[in-house]
Design a protein around this ligand. Structure first.
Ligand code: IDP
Ligand code: MG
Length: 140
């Protein structure tokens, strides 16, 4: 079993889609092994997305991610990273496949409902950004 990080972004929380997206992830075979609601500061959002610092959309991304609370979720299943990327669809909902979370619920390339780690290495880094190892102890 592998783990990955999903984040339900501010648009998901604002538009009351938390329940819909969570059910979609559960139906896709993911087990929720950690979940919380947090509000990022500009500093913490900037740190989380530091890899995109030089990109033209960085400031917009940091502003968006700090608009309201978000829901980081630690997810577990076989091939979790690859499978979650498939389930959420392309970054731009206009290019996402039918039935994916972003196709169903996202409004634009920037406001795209959900984040998912893009490699096992980044999943480990990103999970530790929001969850302590004690919070993710396997107790089931
Ligand atoms: P990903 O979330 O599908 O992995 P990334 O390329 O890693 O996509 O970009 C991180 C986030 O930055 C995206 O999910 C989206 O919210 C935002 N973003 C990416 N490209 C653009 C853009 O061209 N305009 C505005 N926001 C963007
Ligand atoms: Mg990414």
């Amino acid at each position: 079993m592998d783990r990955t990080l999903a984040i339900l972004k501010p648009d998901c929380v604002q538009n009351n889609k938390i329940g819909h997206v969570l059910q979609h992830l559960l139906d896709a075979g993911f087990k929720i092994v950690g979940m919380k609601m947090v509000k990022l500061t500009k500093e913490t959002a900037g740190e989380f997305y530091a890899v995109h610092k030089e990109r033209p959309f960085y400031a917009e991304l940091v502003d968006f991610m700090t608009e309201s609370r978000i829901v980081p979720i630690a997810l577990e299943r076989e091939n979790a990273v690859t499978e979650l990327r498939k389930v959420i669809g392309a970054t731009d909902p206009a290019e996402a496949e039918e039935g994916t979370v972003r196709k169903l619920y996202a409004e634009s390339k920037g406001r795209n409902i959900i984040h998912a780690s893009d490699s096992n290495e980044n999943a480990a880094i990103e999970l530790s950004f929001f969850f302590s190892s004690r919070e993710l102890i396997d107790n089931m």
